[in-house]
Design a protein around this ligand. Sequence first.
Ligand SMILES: O=C1O[C@H](COP(=O)(O)O)[C@@H](O)[C@H](O)[C@H]1O
Length: 260
Amino acid sequence: MSTPQLVVHHDKELMAQAAAARLITKIVDAQTSRGTASVVLTGGRNGNGLLAALAAAPARDAIDWGRLDLWWGDERYLPEGDPERNVTQAREALLDSVPVDPERVHAMPASDGPHGADVEAAAEAYAAELAKAAGPENHGAVPTFDVLMLGVGPDTHVASLFPELPAVRETERTVVGVHGAPKPPPTRISLTLPAIRAAREVWLLAAGEDKAEAVAIALSGAGEIQAPAAGAYGRARTLWLLDSAAAAQLPRSLYPPASP
Ligand SMILES: O=C1O[C@H](COP(=O)(O)O)[C@@H](O)[C@H](O)[C@H]1O
């Protein structure tokens, strides 16, 4: 487990641009060291803001897009192409404008796909795809992702792991179906905490006043069942990328106010 580190930016636009620059560097470094890179994308406002900033960054062309595997931390279980699907939003924000290898874009299944309404079967299929991509060096049933990004919801949810729901208690499976999510749509697919923790680096993104309480709770010693964001950390690094509004309720011991 890595101790969380906080980076607080002035506003959400700057946070998205800085996070995009950080991601470009990480991907290029991983491709230089290992030949390929693997990144887990998140949905939500901040995840999509980062992807849009990446699309607009001239340095995006430093990435070898054909040697990048993209996975998702969660998906809303809706038909292919639905505007509320995380993958649809990621395509619009970035993926349609860069030369990714479609074989390496690992979208989670859609509700009109081969598994139909059976979200458990869809989750199992995604777990199998992850397991196939994991090598013996990965010590588990998922690849060691270079970077796994998570938006933090106002209720402290990450991916589709909502407080107190069964998915956040999962300790064996890497991917689960989620029923009765409090945020629509109620049916979703999510990586579990054990799968999230297999990543080298986990980056939690939160911007805006409505995230301030969640950020403060998750970073002040809350349990992961009550505050799923508290249980999200990477093997080597856990980074909380915030704007000043989202950091506003943090205790002074974690984020002292700037000097006058
Ligand atoms: O529904 C979801 O919400 C979270 C957070 O989204 P935000 O808009 O409040 O930032 C997101 O991380 C997750 O991927 C998504 O499915």
